[in-house]
Design a protein around this ligand. Sequence first.
Ligand SMILES: Cc1cc2nc3c(=O)[nH]c(=O)nc-3n(C[C@H](O)[C@H](O)[C@H](O)COP(=O)(O)OP(=O)(O)OC[C@H]3O[C@@H](n4cnc5c(N)ncnc54)[C@H](O)[C@@H]3O)c2cc1C
Length: 298
Amino acid sequence: MSGIRIVTEPALYLVGRQEVVPGEVARFLDDHGASGWDTDAPSAGEGLVEIAGRLCYLSFRSPRPGGNAAYIGHIKEVKHGSVLEHAVFNLIVTGISRSCSHELVRHRVGLSPSQLSQRYVDESDVAFVVPPALLPEVTAARDFIGHDGPDGGNHAWFVLDVVSEWDDEARPGDGVVAGLRWLAGREADLEEYGRHVEYLASRIAAGDRTARRKAAREAARSALPNCTETKIFLTMNARAARHFIELRASAHADAEIRRLAVAIQAVLAGVAPNLFGDYRPVTLPDGSTALETDHAGV
Ligand SMILES: Cc1cc2nc3c(=O)[nH]c(=O)nc-3n(C[C@H](O)[C@H](O)[C@H](O)COP(=O)(O)OP(=O)(O)OC[C@H]3O[C@@H](n4cnc5c(N)ncnc54)[C@H](O)[C@@H]3O)c2cc1C
């Protein structure tokens, strides 16, 4: 196998969500002549959205039928989106590229990121995210290296060199060669990065060891490509998450961030179905998935 680490899909960890404080809700209800109101919200976030919405109209005493699902459904219909901002979720996302994270952090409102630092963290063993469109080629190239590579040929650049000498009939197909080129490019990037860190760490004199290494890495990262893997902690409210899903799980979005947006919707719909369960999958011509909803722009 090729000597670099590659990632083929993101991993999501829902590490935090909210908690309702029942005693305080009851105290508020008692103080406002609405004792006994309750909700069947599947999650705290959905319950808090309902409480916020009901507070606007002091409607705790006259709940409509249908419970929390109907309540949030109505909020989506009338686009009273600000109350959705009271539901908050904390996610860690790994296995996305720096180009994907760059698009992600463009979402300025209600979506707070904390991202792995390329200045403090050594990237000499960093993984690379295969763009979805190149996945078949890179997979084929990795299989080729694993099964047919010459002895010692565990580096794509080496295999590429060797197969270029082979006769036309023996040479692997264009797809394998494209995959080998992609892998060989990333091997070269990583090697360059390592060389720059080593050189700069010895050349930079100012500061203590940590400061020197940070200065070396911040310059050396210029050798790393857009597909370098990153990790990011995201806190987002439900309204911002819906806006993100609508823009980025759309057929027009970049394939990698679309895959991420589809995965985020699945995680959030799993814990908060009344907030996120209205999206339906649509299969695009390339076989990938986009999402649609009748309640966009809440
Ligand atoms: C398919 C696609 C292609 C794209 N292509 C490009 C591209 O080529 N180049 C590029 O630079 N970006 C591109 N983007 C990114 C896009 O321009 C937005 O920066 C990104 O989608 C975040 O959207 P947003 O501003 O609505 O979100 P947020 O920043 O989260 O803002 C949410 C909403 O708040 C309001 N808002 C936020 N800030 C302001 C403000 N300053 N003034 C007034 N209202 C505000 C707006 O209503 C906005 O929709 C693309 C996005 C998509 C989905």
